[in-house]
Structure formats: C-alpha cells, structure tokens
Write a protein that binds this ligand. Structure first.
Ligand code: ATP
Length: 236
C-alpha cells in the first residue's frame, strides 16, 4: 500500500526525517506516534505529496509519489487543521465536495451519525472547534477510499462523537481500507490501532503491536510504555 525508502526531510537546518524506511501493507489500522515535533505530520504530508522530501522515495498504491498527482484521488485525508473559508455554510461545503468528486457518497448517514443537521445552514466561522472537526470527519469519510489518513482525528470531539469516530474507523477497516492515524490520545490508540510505529530522532524507533511494546518496555500500561521509550532513549 505504502513504501517509504530512505526518506529525508529538512526545513532549513532542521533535519526532521533522517533516512526513514517504512512498509505499510494493505488493510488494517496503523498509528504513527512520537513526541511533539518528531515529524509525524511531515511524514504524512510527504506521503500525500504536500511536502517535498529532501531525499528518498515514496510509493503509494504502487505509484511513485514524485511528480504524480493521480494517486491522491485514492486517499481520504483528515488534516490536523482544516482551513476552509469561514463564510461558507456547512451544507454548501458538503455539496461543493460532492460536486468535485462525482462519486456515490454517504453524506446523510454521516450527518445523522454526528448530529450535524442543526448546523447545516450555519457558516463555518460560527461553529465550535468540536463541531468543525465533525464537519471535517464527514468530509473525510463521505466517499469510499482504499487509504484513509487521519491527523489527530479526536481533536475537540465529545465522548459521543469519539464513539462514532471509532465505529467509522472500524467499519472502514472491515471494508478492507488501510487507515493511518496520528494521535496523542493513548487510550484511543490502544483501542483502535492494530500496529504502531514510534518516530524518534527522524527514524522509526519502534514498530509492532501495542502488546509487543508493553512487553518490550516491561509496562502494563500503554501510556507508560510510550513514555518509557522516550525515557530509555534519553538515558541512552
Ligand atoms: N512548513 C514548515 N516549515 C518549517 N518547519 C516546519 C514546517 N513544518 C514542520 N516544521 C518543523 O518540523 C518539525 C516536525 O514537525 P511535525 O509537525 O511534522 O511534527 P509532529 O510530530 O507532527 O508534531 P506534533 O505532535 O506537535 O503535531 C518541527 O520541528 C516543526 O517545527
């Protein structure tokens, strides 16, 4: 599904990714974890072709990402901060994206799931942070896609919306999609992710299941296991 080879990314003198290799097989839920600033969003944006690598290559769905736009239509992406014009109304935004994609959609089912009906005629600028996030989630899951990338999807969500989001992610997995998630909410990651990768100092420091990470660190609590990786690296 995704192959990343020897990926380097520098912003000026700031070397963020330093020879990262990664192979993601089709189907399943993978969480990309790491401390603030470790390069999770940068990696995602390189995969999406939104950030140009300094070195290395990326293949998505067997297509090289460099100088290629076609593969992007196969990816549903939820950005960490979605920046739509504030004067557009929610329904206008949904319809605009529907018109652009020209594919069967499940807009109404998702509007119902997240209780967005009362907000459809409201301008985006007037919505609360959590409601905006629900709108973005609807846009992300409106169309079927083999690859779904979610950057901090739980941002601002109330417990009911969080449960709905988890349902949606699991449904997509059942359909055979590959789902990549970044999150700092370890309880969410533990519940939803089958595999995790942990980025540290520009490379993948750990790759495996939650259970294997707990074993490796000797911790029974996932949050503590993650914290233990960071500490063991500092001590080294
Ligand atoms: N467009 C940019 N220009 C310059 N530096 C950038 C840019 N985008 C990211 N960076 C820097 O790259 C590093 C990695 O940022 P990135 O957002 O990828 O990290 P992250 O792991 O997603 O962080 P967080 O957990 O805080 O969301 C940071 O030091 C950040 O300041």
């Amino acid at each position: 599904m995704i192959r990343v080879d020897n990926l380097y990314k520098k912003y000026g003198k700031n070397e963020v990714l330093k020879g990262l290799d990664l192979q993601i097989n089709p189907g399943g839920i993978l969480a990309i974890l790491g401390p603030n600033g470790s390069g999770k969003t940068t990696l995602i944006k390189c995969i999406l072709g939104m950030v140009l690598p300094s070195k290395g290559s990326i293949h998505v769905l067997d297509m090289a990402v460099k100088d290629n736009w076609a593969y992007r239509s196969q990816i549903n992406y939820l950005p960490q901060i979605a920046d739509f014009p504030g004067n557009i109304r929610v329904n206008e935004l949904f319809n605009m994206i529907k018109d652009l994609r020209q594919q069967p959609d499940r807009k109404q089912q998702l509007i119902d799931l997240f209780g967005l009906e009362p907000f459809l005629n409201k301008k985006l600028s007037t919505l609360s942070g959590g409601t905006k996030q629900k709108v973005n989630i609807v846009l992300t899951f409106m169309f079927d896609s083999p690859l779904i990338i979610l950057d901090e999807p739980t941002n601002g969500l109330d417990p009911a919306a969080l449960i709905s989001l988890k349902e949606l992610i699991r449904e997509e997995k059942e359909k055979g999609s590959t789902i990549l998630i970044t999150s700092h909410i370890m309880q969410f990651v533990e519940e939803i992710a089958e595999e995790i990768i942990y980025l540290l100092e520009g490379k993948i420091y750990f790759e495996g299941s939650v259970v294997s990470l707990k074993k490796l660190t000797g911790q029974t609590n996932f949050e503590h296991a993650i914290a233990a990786i960071a500490t063991s690296n500092t001590d080294a």
